[in-house]
Design a protein around this ligand. Structure first.
Ligand code: AMP
Length: 212
């Protein structure tokens, strides 16, 4: 089973990818998380990627395509996987095609720009384990620390309001055309993001199982 999530930054792709990963027992692969870990660890790739992510720009295609090729070659991907945040450009989608990879379904999570801006201001992440929360939609037990590892939560630098607007612009210009790309292949399903995470997960699972 190969599932791809499209959607604006903050639409809830990562959260849905994790929930679907648990349901199907296949890994959720987030290029954003791989890049953030590389930045944190100070690797060469991380150093090169840092300036792009901090301003809301995309990391160059060849770098991200290299990351995904390496990750998909790993053992845990042999029975399928979920792509969260890749591809983000038509060049990246074409690279997947050239690798001979065909998705079973592409789910685009639809959320309006106004709602995205509101959601991003409440997003919190765990700097230690990478878990993602939201002050209103996915609160932690005490509102301050990670439920999984206890570290104090922070905001992502690229969730600052001005960077969010740049990221939305990049999404509409470079990533949204992928909806047409996968529509033309007959793979696209739209899922409208709901207030409650579990409602979006239900709609997402229905879309994957072909019930809507
Ligand atoms: P995300 O966590 O998916 O929002 O990604 C965070 C940041 O990582 C993005 O704003 C980009 O700078 C970079 N990034 C993640 N995935 C990609 C991709 N497929 N292509 C280019 N840049 C990416």
């Amino acid at each position: 089973m190969k599932i791809m999530f499209l959607g604006a930054p903050g639409a809830g792709k990562g959260t849905q990818a994790e929930n679907v990963s648990a349901s199907f027992n296949i890994p959720a692969i987030s290029t954003g998380a791989i890049i953030r870990a590389a930045i944190k660890n100070g690797t060469e790739m991380g150093k090169a990627a840092k300036a792009y992510t901090e301003t809301g720009a995309l990391v160059p295609d060849e770098v991200v395509i290299g990351i995904i090729k390496e990750r998909l070659a790993e053992e845990d991907c042999q029975n399928g996987y979920i792509l969260d945040g890749f591809p983000r450009t038509v060049v990246q989608a074409e690279a997947l095609d050239q690798m001979g990879i065909e998705m079973d379904i592409v789910v685009s999570i639809e959320v309006s720009d106004d709602d995205i801006v509101e959601r991003m201001s409440g997003r919190r992440v765990c700097p230690a384990c990478g878990a993602s929360y939201h002050t209103k939609f996915i609160p932690t037990a005490d509102g301050v620390h990670c439920d999984k590892c206890g570290a104090e939560l922070t905001m992502r630098k690229d969730d600052a309001p001005d960077v969010v607007l740049s990221r939305l612009k990049v999404y509409h210009e470079l990533t949204e055309p992928l909806k047409d790309y996968y529509q033309a292949k007959g793979k696209l399903k739209l899922v409208y993001g709901q207030e409650k995470v579990e409602d979006t997960t239900r709609l997402t699972l229905e879309a994957i199982k072909g019930n809507n």
